[in-house]
Design a protein around this ligand. Structure first.
Ligand code: ZN
Length: 168
């Protein structure tokens, strides 16, 4: 599979459909095909294939050609991946993720945090920890100051990686 198909897979999983990955894989292999051929190849039920195809079509990630069957007079729809649309789609997703990560990084840098020493589940910025008198609202445990330098480093790395990907 090419790099582009690989990206297409990511998009398919972003669509939140488990079967979308198999459908996209089949489309990449068949190049241009009607829904029943895609169902046969992918092993995904036809009604699900149609649902996913419409979703992809709605995001202009695939195109559709209507061809009239000479014998039956019925129209057959042929579906095809639109790799050139894919790049834009993936980039806009990445940009949105980048914005969120940058906002989170700013937040982490601007606050000091407190973590419940008992349950370890509750982590609050100083302002909120003060409000609950440094007691965990979940278990009543004592808050201790929590070093977020690892989180800051991780976030910075993720941001850098995304920035490089978007710039390339
Ligand atoms: Zn707790």
């Amino acid at each position: 599979m090419s790099l582009l198909d690989d990206e297409m897979m990511k998009v398919a999983s972003l669509l939140g459909e488990e079967d979308a990955v198999r459908i996209v894989k089949s489309l990449a292999k068949l190049k241009e095909a009607p829904d029943d051929a895609i169902a046969n190849d992918s092993g995904v039920r036809l009604n699900i294939v149609r649902k996913v195809l419409y979703k992809l079509y709605d995001k202009t990630l695939i195109s559709c050609t209507r061809i009239r069957d000479e014998k039956t007079g019925w129209y057959i729809f042929y579906w095809k991946l639109q790799p050139e649309q894919l790049d834009a789609f993936v980039r806009s997703r990445k940009r949105r993720t980048l914005d969120k990560l940058r906002a989170r990084l700013e937040y982490e840098k601007a606050h000091s945090f407190f973590l419940c020493s008992k349950c370890g589940d509750v982590r609050l910025p100083f302002e909120d920890a003060i409000e609950s008198a440094f007691r965990c609202p979940k278990c009543g445990g004592q808050f201790v100051e929590s070093d977020n330098s690892k989180i800051v480093t991780e976030l910075s790395k993720m941001i850098q990686k995304l920035e490089t990907e978007i710039a390339s």
